[in-house]
Design a protein around this ligand. Structure first.
Ligand code: GLY
Length: 374
């Protein structure tokens, strides 16, 4: 029966590609519609798999979801590497968090205490201890944390592997722009694209920050949250990049440096500016200034790229995964800062729904519509 189910996935970022691959690998007939697969915020991303160091007091459900996601990442990466016959890009060296001034150290202490209350102890380190782990850290670093369980992935290697795995699993790629999801008042009938209409029994919207405009049931639920990054390349003679992801607070501003083969991704700014993806002078200036305070050696690196992406923010910072609106409409979006981390568990949840199972309440997209229905 499952073989006859036809699923149209809208959006080939990390969520759409992962869902398409996993669903097709289970025997579903999957079409993936996107004019530019593997672009947008998935391409811009730093690639941290970092539930602990992305944790905020008050977001305990997100922390639990992230911890369950990071736990499956090693086996997910292994399966993907085999399915795609190329590396998935996982890095298992872990993460350190560095603080400069006393205010920054106090904030990290508060984070460590918050995590300890939740039963997650992280190791506090002095500046000297941190420099023993990562000798490139500069003298401005006065203390911090070691979080070996927060991992990272080379997002571009990942996207490459996902596209190959999806094609090998039989996913049909269609290079069209979806303008909206169509329904007959009761159930989904397909999508309207810039190249005409496409029929489908099930439509899975994975269009990131652009999802809200695709069906009235999603209106107002997803907003774009801009983030800028800088890519740096190591040059001969410069200090080597760190082995671990380095996150830091510099005068209250967060910055992260994620190692890549031969360089670093430095990120990220965060502000709400609609669908603006222009890189600003101030954004790049702040990132480079703060990153250089933490790792002075980057001054000798090559400036390779600047880019901006749009995180898909939801009202409660948790993703929306499952059915919403007319029968046959599914959504997997709203992953905000954690799309890459949550991709494997998102695809597993989508598969569960397609097989007739239920969705966990915290990420059920209908949680925002319940009050309107009663
Ligand atoms: N997860 C990192 C970011 O959104 O910038």
């Amino acid at each position: 029966m499952e073989l006859s189910v036809r699923v149209m996935v809208v959006g080939a970022g990390v969520i759409g590609l992962t869902c398409a691959w996993r669903v097709a690998a289970e025997g579903f007939d999957v079409t993936l519609v996107d004019p530019a697969p593997a672009s947008g915020s998935s391409w811009v991303a730093g690639g941290m798999l970092a539930p602990v160091t992305e944790a905020w007091p008050g977001e305990e459900t997100l922390l639990e979801l992230g911890l369950s996601a990071v736990a499956v990442w090693p086996s997910f990466a292994e399966e993907l590497t085999a399915a795609a016959d190329r590396p998935a890009g996982l890095r298992t060296e872990g993460t350190v968090v560095a603080a400069t001034g006393t205010g920054d150290r106090a904030e990290l202490d508060a984070l460590a205490e918050h995590l300890a209350r939740l039963g997650r102890t992280v190791q506090r380190l002095s500046g000297r201890e941190l420099r023993r782990l990562e000798p490139g850290l500069g003298p401005a670093v006065r203390g911090g944390l070691s979080v070996p369980g927060d991992l990272a992935v080379d997002n571009r290697a990942l996207l490459n592997a996902l596209q190959h795995a999806a094609r090998r699993a039989g996913v049909t790629f269609v290079g069209a722009t979806v303008r909206g999801v169509l329904d007959d008042g009761t159930r989904v009938t397909g999508v309207r694209t810039d190249q005409g209409e496409l029929r489908a029994e099930q439509v899975l919207v994975c269009a990131g920050a652009h999802s809200a405009g695709l069906h009235p049931a999603l209106a107002g639920l997803i907003r774009p949250v801009k983030g800028e990054i800088v890519r740096l390349g190591h040059r001969t003679g410069a200090l080597p990049p760190p082995a671990r992801t380095v996150r830091a607070l510099v005068d209250g501003r967060p910055v992260y440096l994620v190692p890549r083969d031969g360089g670093l991704v430095v990120g990220a700014t965060q502000y709400e500016a609609g669908f603006d993806t222009e890189v600003t002078v101030a954004g790049v200036r702040d990132l480079l200034r703060d990153a250089e305070r933490i790792l002075p050696g980057i001054a000798e690196y090559a400036l390779l790229e600047t880019a901006a992406g749009l995180r898909p923010g939801s009202p409660d910072n948790l993703p929306l995964i499952g059915p919403i609106g007319p029968e046959g409409l599914l959504v997997a979006t709203g992953h905000h800062r954690n799309g890459i981390l949550l991709a494997p568990v998102t695809a597993a949840a989508v598969l569960e729904v397609l097989r007739g199972g239920s969705v966990p309440a915290p990420t059920d997209p209908r949680r925002f519509r319940r009050s309107e229905c009663t």
